[in-house]
Write a protein that binds this ligand. Structure first.
Ligand code: M6R
Length: 600
């Protein structure tokens, strides 16, 4: 979490920093700051809250040719101006921004900085004081910076300015993402290429435990021991319009509406000229070779994994376990003889998932990452990558990445089944095309779903989502969507499980939203709905065409039953969107959250 931008060159530093931070707000948005260096010295501006608040603070009269900026998601210390980055050393000579967590900051304080007065509660401030301490010893900024970075344990992406040295921006990276962007007479750093796409599309990756010295025409990448590293630039494959809202009021609504296009793009990308599935041969081999798949993911991606498990087990006949990444390391199951780890992650940067990846790679197990960001950490560090082709997802609440993950897992399952010589009565490309049309029908009916949101959810304190089989997994996702953006306490439950305790929470008017898309449990889930209705619940059933009753709130277009989650989730996303809007919540940037969770 947290976003970093830095600039050194001849253009307007201020606008590059502020525009960049606005694009990075998805990474954290509780406070922000920028520091700019010019011939009058260092100019530091900070504000609690969003970048808009920071913009109001910045003195427009300041012009500079070097600067660093930061948007924060608090880990150590409350969101406040004092804790906002950039942080400065005691003399004010060194100024620094940091994304990540310095795990040994207390030890470093004790060992090196017992005589320093700290101005914030952050772990970050340790780094800048450490640089100053080591500078006093070595009288050499590069040496002091390298030495300070070598003492850090944990994750960091750092941009630092030495005000006595206006020609160099000091950069370091370990585990947290950071890129160098190359320009004509300027260079930039950013946590994500989208922050600086309006000034350059040429980027250099920085790997873990490297430091980089930047001036406006030169980039010097070094290992921590000082050895120079050669690396070629790549062109960022991103269209600036992908990261704009356009005419939409919120990114979430735009991204919900993009789902049919994403399905069609996936179909295009995963088929050959003969309309057959096209997948990397090495992935096919890895899938054929494994005797058990371990899907590792968090949040919405975990929910997509639960749906994907069904495809792989039913179609490719391979057992699948789905694990929450943050629990896996302590609760590691007994592994099979030939495990294959599949990391599902929209961002490809999630620290909990990465920590499992690092662990299993040490043990020599193969890994496949399914992600929306092919150059991301999880993608680089796994043996194989499957791309989601969903386009940048900006809203914190994941929508199109969830459906893209399910679609790509369906393709993976069918490809594996074919590779194993199984005859299937299921053409995923054809079925996904039907899904795309069904999604369009639903996104065209937003007004009806908006009305349901205002009837059922406008004032409620809590809500329940119930389903059986695949519907249960979608209910988990529907509940997560609703709670994270509307702050209504929402839970997804297996329909049959309610009566074992949770039904005690049902009161007069409690909203219970049920999914009925699976023929084999249609009657069973309807009985569960009756049970809660009898106890006063305000029930609403979303059923698939063919399984509906007259009393259902909404009938979903018919699609192949296996792929029903791709369709049934859409009204739940829309429901959550309007419930949040009705309650005046910030839909795209819900409280306490960030898009890319790069701390464990
Ligand atoms: O980038 P990832 O898919 O690894 O992110 C995992 C979760 O943090 C993410 O899905 C989160 O649950 C979303 N905010 C849900 O909308």
């Amino acid at each position: 979490m947290c976003g970093i931008v830095g600039y050194i060159g001849q253009h307007d530093t201020k606008e590059t920093l502020l525009n960049g931070l606005e694009k990075l707000e998805y990474r954290g948005y509780d406070s922000a700051g920028i520091a700019m260096l010019n011939e009058d010295g260092m100019h530091l501006f900070k504000a609690k809250g969003r970048i808009a608040a920071l913009r109001n603070r910045v003195d427009n009269a300041v012009h500079a040719t070097m600067g660093i900026g930061h948007t924060r998601w608090a880990t150590h210390g409350v969101p406040s101006e004092d804790n906002a980055h950039p942080h400065q050393s005691a003399s004010g000579r060194f100024t620094l921004v940091h994304n990540g967590v310095v795990e040994n900051y207390q030890d470093l304080k004790k060992a090196y900085l017992h005589d320093v007065n700290f101005a914030s509660e952050t772990d970050t401030e340790v780094i800048v004081h450490l640089v100053e301490k080591l500078f006093k010893k070595y009288q050499d900024t590069v040496k002091a910076f390298r030495q300070a970075v070598s003492l850090l344990k944990g994750s960091y992406a750092i941009g630092m300015i030495d005000s006595e040295n206006p020609d160099t921006l000091y950069v370091a990276k370990n585990k947290s993402p950071l890129l160098v962007g190359l320009g004509n007479d300027f260079n930039v750093i950013a946590s994500d290429a989208m922050a600086t796409l309006d000034v350059t599309d040429q980027y250099l990756e920085i790997f873990d435990q490297e430091i980089v010295l930047l001036n406006r025409n030169f980039v010097d990448i070094q290992n921590l021991d000082g050895t120079a590293v050669e690396r070629s630039a790549y062109t960022a494959q991103m269209d600036a319009s992908d990261i704009e809202k356009g005419t939409y009021p919120h990114f979430m609504l735009k991204e919900i509406d993009e789902q049919p296009f994403v399905m069609r793009r996936i179909i295009q990308e995963y088929k050959n000229a003969n309309n057959e599935l096209k997948l990397d041969m090495n992935i096919r081999k890895a899938m054929k070779a494994t005797d058990r798949i371990y899907i590792i993911a968090c949040g919405t991606s975990y929910h997509a994994g639960l749906v994907g498990k069904q495809f792989i087990e039913k179609l490719a006949n391979i057992p699948v376990e789905v694990h929450v990444a943050s629990e896996f390391s302590y609760n590691m199951p007994l592994l099979s003889e030939k495990p294959l780890f599949v990391f599902l992650s929209q961002s490809g940067e999630t620290a909990d998932s990465r920590s499992v990846l690092v662990n299993i790679k040490k043990k020599g197990y193969p890994a496949l990452t399914v992600t929306n960001v092919p150059g991301s950490t999880l993608s680089r560090e796994a043996d194989h990558t499957l791309h989601l082709y969903a386009g940048p997802e900006i809203a914190v609440a994941s929508t199109k990445a969830y459906t893209a993950q399910i679609a790509v897992l369906a393709i993976l399952a069918v490809d594996t089944a074919q590779a194993k010589g199984f005859e299937l009565d299921f053409d995923p490309l054809q079925e996904l095309a039907i899904v795309a049309n069904a999604m369009e029908v639903l996104t065209d009916q937003k007004e009806a779903i908006e009305a349901l949101a205002s009837d059922y959810l406008a004032t409620t304190r809590n809500a329940f989502f119930i389903g059986r089989g695949a519907d249960y997994y979608v209910c988990l996702e529907g509940a997560l969507k609703l709670k994270e953006i509307s702050y209504i306490q929402a839970e997804g439950f297996a329909g049959g499980e309610l009566k074992h305790g949770t039904i005690a929470l049902i009161e007069e008017g409690t909203p219970v939203i049920a999914l009925a898309t699976q023929a084999n449990v249609n009657y069973a889930i309807r009985s569960n709905v009756q049970e809660v209705a009898a106890r006063g619940a305000n029930t609403m059933i979303f059923s698939s065409k063919g399984l509906e009753l007259d009393t259902d709130a909404f009938v979903l277009p018919h699609v192949h039953e296996l792929l029903a989650p791709l369709v049934s989730v859409v009204p739940l996303q829309i429901l959550a969107y309007y419930a949040a809007l009705d309650r005046g919540c910030d839909v795209d940037k819900p409280r306490n959250l960030a898009k890319s969770v790069t701390v464990e």
